[in-house]
Design a binder for this molecule. Sequence first.
Ligand SMILES: *[C@@H]1O[C@H](CO)[C@@H](O)[C@H](O)[C@H]1NC(C)=O
Ligand SMILES: *[C@@H]1O[C@H](CO)[C@@H](O)[C@H](O)[C@H]1NC(C)=O
Length: 464
Amino acid sequence: MKNVFRLTVLILMRELSWRCFGHKIDQRKLLILAAVFTVTGFLFQFFVHAYVADSSSSDSTLQSNDFLKGEIVQQHDTVVDIHSQPKKNINLISTTVTASSPRPRVPLGKQRDIRLLPPTEALVYAKKEIDHAPLVNEDPNLYAPLFTNISVFKRSYELMETILKVYIYRDGARPVFHNPHLKGIYASEGWFMKLMEGNNQFVTKDPERAHLFYLPYSVHQMALALYVPESHNMKPLSIFLRDYVNKIAAKYPFWNRTHGSDHFLVACHDWGPYTVAEHEELAGNTIKALCNADVSERVFIAGRDVSLPETTIRAPRRPRRYLGGNRVSLRPILAFFAGGMHGRVRPTLLKYWGGEKDKDMKIYKRLPLRISKKMTYIQHMKSNNFVLPLSEFLDWSTFSVVVAEKDIPRLKEILMSIPMRKYVTMQNNVKMVQKHFLWNPKPIRYDLFHMILHSIWFNKLNQI
Ligand SMILES: *[C@@H]1O[C@H](CO)[C@@H](O)[C@H](O)[C@H]1NC(C)=O
Ligand SMILES: *[C@@H]1O[C@H](CO)[C@@H](O)[C@H](O)[C@H]1NC(C)=O
């Protein structure tokens, strides 16, 4: 694996985009790219802006632009419209569907039946259904090119909507429990908690009906409450969580029933993986949605755990406020990165492209103040065996570019060599994929809340 350093340059989700450089550059290529660097040791994200500027880009001082906002298509579907088309054929397994034929529906009676099934049987049923998902080529609410297998995704998602019930432990006191922090780079864990606890569709108060059990704690809050500054000791956090799990295991029968394998947690703080260290079953069995999705640390297990996207939220009241950016022709920067110097890829990147060596490549250690005031950026270190968020279903190659670490010196060349047609396609894909990465104050179908929950659901089914 030594030389298998990968630098993944992602065409950027708009939420990750920024729009603040005003430079006169009469060149052509413009992309918004985000990059995830996979390296032995570290993988990190950075953002790259490339652009397609017209030759007359003399006044490309970038202003906030609502261009992209209008494109956010918010489908508001109700739950699967299963009721609409009762079908004779109860056995859906062999139903093949093409774009023009009606979509298969679980008949109303059948749907009730599924809901009445005991949790374990319902999961077995769902698993079988997904293994024999009817073939679909498209869906009005999903952009098929983004998906590795849209048939499986669609079926699994529908079944989640029909079946899934989550029990949330009421136990646990604030500030560590039930206290979502909605701002900043770790906001994902807070947003998930907030939306899960406020959810009516999936939450059940009856644990006997639950398929999954949620441990509603925040690593971010835990770090604030329990970590002794400068101690470099995370043990108090993991002891605290161990005691909590032992408490619920003693109080309720649910933990012991599966040794925690139908329980899940959602943690975006870097220390998430360490908080589970003191409890063997928690570390070994529980489904973990982690921003720190590094399989080499042996906490995160691909297929069982879920890679949680890191989403920086600046304005919790309006999580989508800083989205958007300029249209392609108004983006003058080819590549952008800013972040602290950790690991090995960043220094290499800096060495070749730092210090404004090239006017198209904006590569910084830290964001210069004059710029940071004006832009949103996210950067994060990830380890080499980083599992990309939502990669259970999304085909990242449709909206990202992968570059080997050894090719960093050629970064500009590589970005510039992307044909316009391909760039435009990928940029469109980025726009289409964006809705799956967004938090909404009130969750909507296929948004990030649902996508994360769905990945947890899907991975739970994988255990069967
Ligand atoms: C998607 O999954 C289904 C069900 O497992 C399978 O029959 C189908 O061939 C897959 N499609 C693609 C494009 O891989
Ligand atoms: C679950 O197992 C633990 C450890 O074996 C035990 O201490 C606890 O009492 C058990 N819980 C229940 C509800 O029986």
